[in-house]
Design a protein around this ligand. Structure first.
Ligand SMILES: [Cu+2]
Length: 264
């Protein structure tokens, strides 16, 4: 029993390293490689922080294991008591503060690229592809009519879908995010895009899908009993296909059945 805690802390560190090593191969990791240029930068930040915390974790457990092994109490020998070490306390306050400051400064560029409107692609910002309104429990999507610019208020020729967002691939696009009721979170896990939808605010969000493909669109904020149902899809497609899709949506939405009736 004397060595139990030593073995416990060393084994937990070894187990954590093993789990992290096999995690990617077992599917316990990110949902695929980042499917956008900014997503790759966000992953790089994550790996940097993982490396810093990982080395610290292993170092702390190694020292802890060593100390527990070497200084485990022995029968007949009284333990020493020390009140503390001022020097050590200063060191273990300053070092983490320095690391935090480094991370805070280092991540600023990625943060600014994602959040600051002045860093957005200005053409995309001027022509948002859609307004996405989160509500319990779906994503309502409003597109401007083909060839028109999205207006703040709904227009008679706007086009609508639910849970089915389409966007051109291979270039930055902007959506305007709103919420109709409570806090939701617009989350494109493969693109590493996550933005809260806040009632009363219209928040521009940009993303760029590398490849024409279907990506998950989910809600990342527990927003009520049906939160799990807020599962949509982002279909990134070549510009020509996107234009064709919008045209088709327009024809479908404004089809009053007149032609069919006349043909009978
Ligand atoms: Cu939600």
């Amino acid at each position: 029993m004397n060595r139990f805690w030593c073995l416990f802390f060393v084994a937990s560190a070894v187990l954590a390293v093993v789990v992290f090593s096999i995690g990617p191969a077992c599917g316990w990791w990110f949902p695929g490689v980042a499917a956008s240029p900014l997503g790759q930068q966000i992953d790089d930040l994550f790996y940097l922080i993982l490396a810093i915390t990982g080395v610290t974790f292993i170092g702390v457990h190694a020292v802890l294991g060593y100390i527990l092994w070497k200084f485990t109490g022995k029968d007949g020998k009284r333990a020493d008591f020390q009140h503390g070490s001022h020097t050590l306390e200063v060191v273990w306050s300053i070092v983490p503060a320095g690391v935090l400051l480094f991370i805070a400064l280092y991540q600023m560029d990625v943060w600014a690229a994602f959040r600051m409107k002045s860093r957005f692609d200005q053409e995309a910002l001027a022509n948002p592809i859609a307004e996405v309104t989160a509500r319990q429990f779906e994503w309502r999507i409003r597109y401007p009519a083909p060839g028109k610019v999205l207006q703040d208020t709904p227009q008679p020729d706007d086009l609508y879908t639910v849970n089915d967002l389409h966007a051109p691939a291979g270039k930055p696009v902007v959506i305007k995010l709103r919420s109709e009721d409570v806090l939701h979170s617009f989350f494109l896990p493969h693109l590493r895009v996550k933005q809260d939808a806040v009632p009363g605010l219209v928040i521009p969000v940009w993303f760029e899908a590398n490849e024409p493909k279907a990506y998950d669109l989910v809600c990342a904020e527990l927003c009520g009993w049906g939160h799990y149902k807020m599962r949509g899809q982002l279909t990134a497609q070549p510009q020509a296909d996107f234009d064709a899709y919008m045209q088709k949506l327009k024809e479908t939405q404004f089809d009053d059945g007149f032609k069919e009736a006349a043909g009978e």
